[in-house]
Structure formats: structure tokens, C-alpha cells
Design a protein around this ligand. Structure first.
Ligand SMILES: [Zn+2]
Ligand SMILES: [Zn+2]
Length: 250
């Protein structure tokens, strides 16, 4: 599985696009979240209008789903033919359809490819194109589903926004990679997680690697410095603070 961090920023960060992951598993291309600034990043990496195959939306804050109208517009303009699968929590179809209508009122009538909505509940597991998806709600200010993906031998947990709830622990158990929202260094604030708690979470569930993303724009540099200074505190787990555009292979 190849994972590209299209963005690692929070909603208002002018230096880092909104947090989003582009994943390639064999022939399948999957986009995890698509905020305001993500569609442009996607098109820098992928020129085939029949990609992505699947888009996962964690929740309905703009930095996680309001890039979708632009994504769909350009895929249509460039001649997409294959169906596009959307997966997310209840309300996905209504929210995405409304956002598209607001952004480009006549787009929905013109689109020549099928788009298929799959709304899942916590604990429900679905499989699309050989990738398994299972969600659990985090402790965010609005309903946010963290997701566990299983692709063959590899597994990845992506938090979306918010620190883990109790249900997230078994979901994230033994994942090859945990991608966790970490807004501040050591405090939770407004339904956002922090770096020290994310490291504890990853250690507790036996993850192999943690990628910390979605840092507050004016705290990111400080968190990176504190992490470098205190590396000894995190010996048992491999922790990584990706930059936008970084790639890793699982
Ligand atoms: Zn966010
Ligand atoms: Zn949010």
C-alpha cells in the first residue's frame, strides 16, 4: 500500500493543504478526506480522470469535504467514465449533493459517470474493490468517524478529527500505520487531540507506526521542535510528522 500525504494541515493553515491521504493499493486509488484545498493537490499527483475510485469522508467540516465539488467538476471535464464511490457516515449523500449544487448548480445534471454513496454506521464493516472499511466515532465537536482500512496484509487507521473514543482502541489495534489528528502538543482543545496522547494511544494499541497530522498552524513548528528534543520519550514506537507531499509504503 502506498500512502501519500496530500495535505497535513488544519482548516486555516496557509502553508499546508488540509489533511488528506491518497492511497494506492494495486489498481485501486482511494482518497481519504477532501477539504477546501485538497482537490488541487490531488490533480498535481494524479492525471487519470478515472481516479480516485473511492473517496472516504470522515465528517462534514469544510476542511474535510468541501473540496468535493471541485474534484467532481474536473473529473467530469476531463472525461471520467468509471463510477465514483463515496463512503462516510449517515448524511453523506445529502451533504455532498447539497455542496455540489451550491458550488456548481448545473453540475449534477451534466455528470456522465455514476456516483455511488455508501453510508456506514459505527461497527459496520463494508468492502469495496477489495478494501475493507470499518468506522468508530471519535471525540470531535461534530460526529466524526475514524476509519480502519484493511488491504490484504496491511491495515491503516485514520482518525479524521478528534481524539480516540473507547471504541477507537480495538479498531486501531495492531494497525501498520495510525494517522492521528494532533492539534496541540499536550492539551486537548475544542474536540481536537494532542501529540502526547496520540503517542500513548498508538503505543497502547500496538501500532507499528504513528503519523501525526492536522496540527494547529501556529503550533506545528513548536510541536516538531519539542518532538525532536524529546525523542527519548517515544522509543517504543516509530513516530513520524509528515510534510505535505510525503510518501510512505506499507
Ligand atoms: Zn479538520
Ligand atoms: Zn472537524
Amino acid at each position: 500500500m502506498e500512502v501519500i500525504f496530500l495535505g497535513v494541515g488544519e482548516a486555516c493553515d496557509e502553508r499546508n493543504p488540509n489533511t488528506s491521504l491518497l492511497i494506492y493499493q494495486k489498481d485501486t486509488c482511494l482518497l481519504l478526506d477532501c477539504g477546501f484545498s485538497v482537490a488541487h493537490e490531488f490533480f498535481k499527483h494524479e492525471k487519470d480522470p478515472n481516479k480516485p475510485d473511492i473517496v472516504w469522508i470522515s465528517h462534514f467540516h469544510g476542511d474535510h469535504f468541501l473540496g468535493l465539488p471541485l474534484l467532481v467538476l474536473r473529473l467530469w471535464e476531463e472525461g471520467r467514465e468509471k463510477p465514483l464511490y463515496f463512503i462516510g457516515q449517515k448524511g453523506l449523500s445529502e451533504k455532498v449533493t447539497s455542496a455540489m449544487k451550491l458550488a456548481f448548480p448545473t453540475l449534477a445534471e451534466k455528470i456522465s459517470f455514476d456516483y455511488i454513496f455508501n453510508e456506514i454506521h459505527e461497527d459496520e464493516k463494508i468492502e469495496i474493490k477489495g478494501i475493507s472499511f470499518q468506522g468508530a466515532y471519535t471525540e470531535h465537536v461534530q460526529s466524526n468517524l475514524a476509519i480502519k482500512l484493511i488491504c490484504g496484509e496491511k491495515s491503516l487507521y485514520y482518525s479524521g478529527d478528534g481524539p480516540p473514543s473507547e471504541k477507537c482502541y480495538p479498531l486501531a489495534g495492531s494497525c501498520d500505520l495510525i494517522v492521528q489528528e494532533t492539534f496541540l502538543w499536550d492539551k486537548d482543545i475544542y474536540g481536537h487531540g494532542n501529540f502526547l496522547s496520540a503517542a500513548q494511544f498508538a503505543r497502547k494499541v500496538g501500532a507499528k507506526r504513528l503519523a501525526a497530522v492536522h496540527m494547529k498552524r501556529d503550533e506545528r513548528d513548536k510541536i516538531i521542535t519539542l518532538f525532536e528534543k524529546n525523542r527519548d520519550m517515544f522509543k517504543e514506537i516509530e513516530i513520524y510528522i509528515p510534510n505535505s507531499g510525503d510518501k510512505i509504503t506499507l
